[in-house]
Ligand binder design. Structure first.
Ligand code: 9D3
Length: 252
């Protein structure tokens, strides 16, 4: 896969993608990641990339021409037909299904902004898609670009170890993760749940699935609403909720 990020701060993108699973995938050539800096596509001595907003108001707006030229250069470095995706607070929410769709493409151009944002005509003229990480304020699109590259690259075949990718495809899809523990078995007063040290692998599998279901139902009911439960999953969730009701009645 070929990814180019159009950005005024290429070092931020490189720093956010250069380590761990993502950094290794780049090193091993599973993905070619590059940046194009709009400042290199200016034609004035000050290398101006922003200007004051028409209509007045605070802040600066990114000029269309340097970004348009940088996007054109980025398009030449990815396969024809690769989408140009702008990162803006107004975009559709990024989620795992979007990462999967992007990971299936041969190429991708991401465009990160700064200041108050892009001249709207640049988005009109160049954007195939517009993505946001969520309803919070970043200082620019670079951290969002790095997050998206990371989420996409780890989905590419060979980016993860075999065990990890196989594990990922199993039960946890669409649910929050179960709790994890490692040594020591007792941390102050806190014990590792007994089921995990008793060696019954079927019991462990059911406990983990139940924990994932309970956490999801308590913390992210929106995720459960989007997902069908198997008969086993429904039983495990019901069993826990019934046990909790019983414990409550005991208290009162
Ligand atoms: C504080 C300024 N805001 C109100 C006037 C508008 C604003 C402009 C530019 C807010 C943030 C930004 C920079 N953000 C991004 O470029 C960005 C972003 C984000 O802030 N949150 C979540 N996802 C993204 S993707 C790109």
């Amino acid at each position: 896969m070929d990814i180019r990020v159009v950005t005024l701060f290429p070092d931020m993108v490189a720093a956010g993608t250069g380590f761990g699973v993502c950094g290794r995938a780049i090193q091993r050539g599973l993905v070619r990641l590059g940046t194009v800096n709009p400042r290199d596509y200016t034609d004035d001595v000050h290398r101006t990339v922003d200007d004051r907003p028409y209509g007045g108001g605070p802040g600066m707006v990114l000029k269309a021409e340097p970004f348009q030229a940088a996007i054109a250069a980025a398009r030449e470095r990815v396969p024809a037909g690769s989408p140009v995706v702008f990162l803006t607070p107004q975009g559709r929410r990024f989620e795992q299904s979007v990462a999967k769709a992007l990971a299936a493409l041969p190429g991708l151009v991401l465009v990160a902004g700064r200041y108050e944002g892009f001249d709207e005509r640049l988005i009109q003229a160049e954007a195939d898609d517009e993505i946001s990480l969520g309803d919070f304020v970043l200082s620019g699109g670079e951290v969002a670009a790095a997050a998206i590259v990371d989420a996409v690259v780890r989905l590419l075949p060979g980016a993860l170890g075999d065990e990890q990718s196989a594990e990922q495809d199993s039960f946890s899809d669409g649910l929050l993760d179960c709790p994890h523990y490692t040594r020591p078995e007792r941390l102050g007063e806190l014990q590792v749940p007994e089921v995990l040290t008793a060696g019954n692998h079927e019991a462990i599998r059911r406990w983990r699935l139940q924990q994932a279901l309970v956490r999801t139902s308590e913390r992210r009911p929106d995720l459960l609403a989007k997902r069908e439960l198997t008969a086993e999953e429904q039983d495990l969730l019901d069993e826990y909720l019934a046990a909790r009701e019983a414990a409550r009645d005991e208290e009162h």
